[in-house]
Design a protein around this ligand. Structure first.
Ligand SMILES: [Zn+2]
Length: 169
């Protein structure tokens, strides 16, 4: 009868006073880790250019070429205007149109890179190449074309008012 060991006694409960909630240290949020990955991808891309582009002197033209370069890794079928499925959201047969980056992915990517650029000491936001007007225009064109090509309208927040008085009497 020597089994009188305490079963569940904590060895030393000296620091039982404060239990700090530990929200998974070293774990970046999805957004943060994605942003970091995007930034590194962009830096890699600059290095592959001929001649390699330094991070200090790239401009919005490199951002644009980066977006186009990414299309080859895209997974979104975007029909050419000559394709019979142009404008069909759910084509019954495969076609040879290219896969591209969906507009929404590019848009989100630019947002992350824009933030990353500022975090890496890129300077004021008006000089931010990712916020350049030509990139906004490019993204808008991509959105409009993809909406037509895929037959999927991207909803606008405010619907355009239909003129009701333009009937010529
Ligand atoms: Zn097609």
């Amino acid at each position: 009868m020597s089994s009188h060991r305490p079963q569940d006694q904590p060895s030393s409960s000296s620091n039982s006073g404060h239990h700090t909630p530990q929200p998974l240290p070293l774990q970046l949020s999805r957004y943060e880790s994605q942003k970091r990955r995007d930034w590194n991808t962009f830096l890699q891309y600059l290095k592959t250019l001929n001649p390699p582009m330094a991070i200090s002197i790239f401009d919005h033209t490199h951002v644009l070429s980066f977006l186009k370069y990414l299309d080859q890794f895209g997974k979104t079928k975007v029909h050419n205007q000559v394709c019979v499925f142009f404008g069909q959201p759910d084509p019954p047969l495969p076609c040879t149109c290219p896969l591209k980056q969906a507009w929404g992915s590019l848009d989100a990517l630019i947002g992350r890179l824009r933030a990353a650029y500022e975090e890496h000491g890129g300077g004021s936001s008006e000089n931010n190449p990712f916020g350049n007007g030509s990139i906004r225009i490019y993204l808008r064109e991509v959105r409009q074309f993809q909406a037509k090509a895929r037959g999927i309208p991207y909803r606008k927040r405010s619907k355009r008012k239909k003129k009701t008085y333009d009937v010529v009497v």
